[in-house]
Design a protein around this ligand. Sequence first.
Ligand code: SF4
Ligand code: SF4
Length: 287
Amino acid sequence: MSPEAPHSPLSILYRGRLSSCNYDCHYCPFGKQRDSRETLARDEADLQRLVDWAEQQQRPLQIMFTPWGEALIHLSYQRAIVRLCAMPQVHKVVIQTNLSSPARQLQALAHPKLALWCSYHPHEVSLERFVQRCHSLQAAGIRFSVGSVGNPEDIAALEALRRALPDSVYLWVNINRDEQHTLTPAHWQRLRTIDPLVDHNSKIYSSLGRPCHTGDSVISVDGDGNVTRCHFVKQSLGNLYDGSFQPSRQPCPNQGCDCHIGYVHMPELKLYEVFAGGVLERIPAGQ
Ligand code: SF4
Ligand code: SF4
C-alpha cells in the first residue's frame, strides 16, 4: 500500500456472486432470476469473509454493495451491514437496493454510517408503496438517494415521484444509452427539472489515459476477493485476502466511462465537490 494508506479511506465496491432479483424489469437480465441454494450459501460465506477481513483492518474503509440483482432482501446482507456499521474503522456502508424489503427490516438497519442508493422501478412497484418506503427511511433517520432510468415513457412517473418526495431527498436520473437518441429537448427540460444534475449522466466521458482515483483509493472486489480498479476494467490488482492486492495509480485504460459509480472518481470532473459527503451514495453536497 502507498505510504499514506493508513490515513486515507479505502472505498470498496463489492459485487459478489448473487445475481437474482424479486423484480422483473424488462431490460434487466436478473429480473425474476433465482439463485440456487448453493449460490446463496456461497454468496453468504463470501460476504462473511469480506466482513471478517474488514474487522482486521486498521485503515479507514467505506464499503458499497453494488450487487447484480437485489441483495438487501437477504438476511446475510442485512447482518453484514449491521456488523460493518459497528466497526470503528468502517466510516460508511452503502447498498444499492430496489427498496422492496419490508419497512421494519429497513428501519432495523438504521445507523448514521448507513446510506442507501434506492432505485425506483415504476413498472414493478406502485408510487404509493415506494414513497411509503422512503418515508420509513426518513422516519428512521437513514440517509438515501432515489433514482430511476429516464426513459421517455417513464418521465411522468418520475415527475410524480419528485412531487411526492420532500425536496430534501435527491432524485437522480440515469440516461439509458440505448434510448438517449429518442429524448427531445422537451424531454431534457423535464428531466432537468426532476434532476438538476442529470447532465452529468448524459455523457460518455472520454477516459482513456485520464486520471481516475480507482485502483488507489477506490477498488472493486468480487466474492473471491479478487480486486480490480473498478467494475469496468478487468485487469487484476491482486487479491484482498492473500495479501497480493497492490494499489495502483494508473490512468484509465478504457475509452469511455458512463456510469456514476465509475466517472464520479475522475478528478477532472470535480464531482467529489458536487457530491461532497455523498459520493458513493450519490447524494449531492448540502442535500
Ligand atoms: S430491480 Fe434492479 S436488479 Fe431487479 S430486475 Fe429491476 S433493474 Fe434488475
Ligand atoms: S474512468 Fe471509469 S472505466 Fe476508467 S478506471 Fe475510472 S471508473 Fe474505471
